[in-house]
Design a protein around this ligand. Structure first.
Ligand SMILES: [Zn+2]
Length: 104
């Protein structure tokens, strides 16, 4: 399970690095067209998603350290293995995740 999270972290870091290098590439051409400005905005949103996901992975690693990994942070019940396989960084069971997203 730890290995799964490690590989998820590695993928996210690789994606993050890729996005960053593209952004600095854009920075080197400030006089480009309006469409590229839109692209930069979309990349900013993507970066934000990566940062969010990365924060979730880091939080999952912290839960691994303190032994609460796999338990829903809201109701404390064990998150189903099938869910953890898809989202190893998941902090909540599906029901609480849906509630949390609805509350945002
Ligand atoms: Zn729950």
């Amino acid at each position: 399970m730890l290995r799964e999270i490690d590989s998820a972290t590695a993928v996210l870091e690789a994606e993050d690095a890729g996005e960053s290098s593209e952004l600095s590439h854009l920075d080197q051409h400030p006089a480009d067209t309006a469409s590229e400005i839109t692209d930069a905005g979309e990349q900013g949103a993507l970066l934000e998603n990566f940062a969010d996901r990365k924060a979730q992975v880091v939080a999952a690693l912290a839960r691994l350290d303190d032994g609460t990994y796999g338990a829903c942070v809201d109701c404390g019940q064990q998150i189903p293995d099938a869910r953890l396989e898809v989202r190893p960084e998941a902090a909540r069971c599906l029901a609480d995740q849906e509630k949390a997203e609805a509350a945002e």
